[in-house]
Design a binder for this molecule. Sequence first.
Ligand code: ZN
Length: 356
Amino acid sequence: MGMWQVIGQTRALSLLKRGLAAGSLAHAYLFVGPAHVGKMVLAVNLAQALNCEAAEPPCGECLSCQKIASGKHADIQTIGLGQGNSTEARPRAEIGIDEIRQLQHSASLPPFEGQYKVFIIDGAELLSTEAANCLLKTLEEPVGKVLFVLLTTNEQLLPATVISRCQRVELLPLAAAEVESALKKNWGVEPQKARLLSRLSHGCLGWAVCAQDDGLLSQRADRLGELIDIIHADYEGRFACAAQLATEFGQNRELVQEKLALWLDWWRDLMLVKVGSTDLITNVDQVATLTEMAKAHSLAQIRNVIENIRVAGAQLRLNANPRLVLEVLMLNLPEVGRKRVKNANVKFENTAERRP
Ligand SMILES: [Zn+2]
């Protein structure tokens, strides 16, 4: 039935297809899943399915489907803080009440050119409290031919009252093999690159598709370079790096979390290489470097680093002092073939004492 573009997500899809076939769709859905897993693609597909003019919706080809795909259909509205190019420095902000009021007004009018009005709220966790309360009223008094689709990467940040008014649909990361084959088949990515991107994407196909153009891959290369520099740096170098990262954190928190995620991948890979499971690693293009580096570290050291990176990430999310968190992380990295800077231990102890 229809040309659904979302890849994988069989459970979510079959739930929506059943609802469509039986005419028993909910008035509001909450799509939950990591960034780039396919929430927006599925929401747009659903809007197409509701407005498609073909016998087997969504056809993807009729005027209605095309307009929706290009964001030009008068009855489909998407609000949010802009869909994420994660490399962009964007200050955190909220979806305000004015946007929700506008959307409510629009929902009160009949469909303009299609059969169904669909309102997609991207990043619903960013709704301000006022906006969420305002939206709640609409969700409590559903109108026919109007569908709300809320997308979120973190439902814990949404009020329980809003969640309870929506039907929850979870989108899970795909298997690496699924991403790899979709990249080759649907996007014509060459095999080696498809393999690397599928691993780096952690099952979020949208990320891999975005990364095709090499921007994200060259950014990754820079970040890997930085990581390897840090591993080989002396304490002075590591302190400098902690300071720089703390400054970056002040400007763009997500960017530092992304770097930590990359470091975590790297050290997990080292662990996998160490225990002989090289076939499971993420950085499949770095086997030689990983193998070499694995020799220089014990399993216990690697485990420690993994734990320390996790703790640092969690502390940063809890608003701990970024400079201190990052210094502790840097100083706890094992030393690799560089001599200790004089008094580094003293510095470290002082840092530890200052921790809250
Ligand atoms: Zn169509």
